[in-house]
Design a protein. Structure first.
Length: 332
């Protein structure tokens, strides 16, 4: 990749900070191992902090999700040339401020995608087969093998809103289980073997037994699944959200669940993370909650930082990016 961003001279240190409440030395070691081959004689100095750094001589920051990166944070780093978030989501990074300061921004898109797809399928199966209902019944002293609400998986219509890397992984798994997969994207996919492409979001919602958003949170997609959208879903259908909490209007979801229009929901992401003790999401009926863990496995936990190091090496050294990284703001 050719960049107009001045790389450090061979006599400089290249200072990279891994930042976030859960930042760790193993993450920093993964960044170091990935970036070192690309920067030659330059010595990469990778440090760990639990908050955004400030001051001169910081060339790149790797964000541990979902530490916010604000305009003020960027202004406090005069030598910053790159931010890379170790996540597919990027709504915690102020892209407009980064663009104004000429800071490249990248995200780790490929790492953890299979884990997220596995988690979506796991939650979908748990809802369809009434797993949580059966668990709660036994703990409450009830033995009712036919009272869990379990349904047959084969033939279930799974609706994917968005069809990127994660959506395609979900579709592959769902098709293998004999499910019918319906997809809606603003740009119809050129290659979507085995899936049915819906003409509109409304058509997908009306035809799906399980709805799964697989798209980023933007100003356009915020509360995409609001009261009006949820009202289009068939009675007894399910919602599974492992994308971003802000895609779903939780107040509308609560109303749909309590009215019996939706059969249940499974959420791995929330507008406020972690949800406060009085957050209404904690009181949603017939809902499975997991702690934004869909992406996680021992392999993916460090793989995102390897991808971040590769991206930094491509911008500040002689390395090349790979398909595990997407530049939201390429170097200028």
């Amino acid at each position: 990749m050719t960049s107009a961003i001045r790389p450090p001279a061979a006599t400089d240190d290249l200072t990279i900070v891994v930042a976030g409440p859960r930042a760790s030395q193993p993450q920093a070691d993964a960044v170091t191992a990935a970036v070192a081959p690309a920067v030659g004689a330059i010595r990469p100095l990778v440090t760990v902090t639990h908050a955004m750094p400030a001051g001169p001589s910081v060339h790149a920051v790797v964000i541990v999700p979902s530490l916010p990166v604000t305009a003020a944070d960027l202004a406090a780093l005069p030598d910053l040339r790159m931010v890379c978030t170790a996540s597919a989501g990027y709504d915690h990074v102020d892209l407009q401020a980064a663009r104004g300061r000429g800071v490249a921004v990248a995200r780790a898109v490929g790492n953890g995608s299979e884990e997220v797809a596995d988690h979506i399928i796991a939650l979908t199966l748990a809802l369809l087969r009434g797993v949580a209902n059966g668990d709660r019944a036994i703990r409450d002293g009830t033995w009712a093998p036919s009272g869990t609400g379990a349904r047959r998986v084969r033939g279930t219509r799974l609706g994917l809103v968005g069809f990127g890397r994660i959506g395609r992984f979900v579709a592959d798994r769902a098709l293998g289980l004999g499910m019918e997969v319906i997809v809606y994207t603003r740009t119809p996919p050129a290659d979507a073997p085995g899936v049915r492409v819906a003409a509109s979001l409304a058509a997908l919602l009306r035809d799906s037994d399980v709805v799964v958003p697989c798209l980023p949170l933007t100003t356009e997609s915020q509360y995409l699944l609001d009261a009006q959208a949820l009202a289009l879903m068939p009675t007894g259908s399910f919602l599974v959200n492992c994308a971003r909490g802000g895609l779903v209007d939780v107040t509308a979801l609560d109303a749909a669940l309590r009215a019996g229009r939706l059969g249940g929901a499974a959420l791995d992401v929330f507008e406020s993370e972690p949800p406060s003790p009085d957050d209404p999401v904690r009181r949603l009926p017939r809902t499975i909650l997991t702690p934004h863990s869909a992406w996680h496995s021992p392999e993916s936990a460090l793989g995102a930082f390897t991808a971040a190091g590769t991206a930094i090496g491509a911008v500040l050294g002689a390395g090349s990016p790979n398909d595990m990284v997407e530049f939201l703001l390429p170097p200028t």
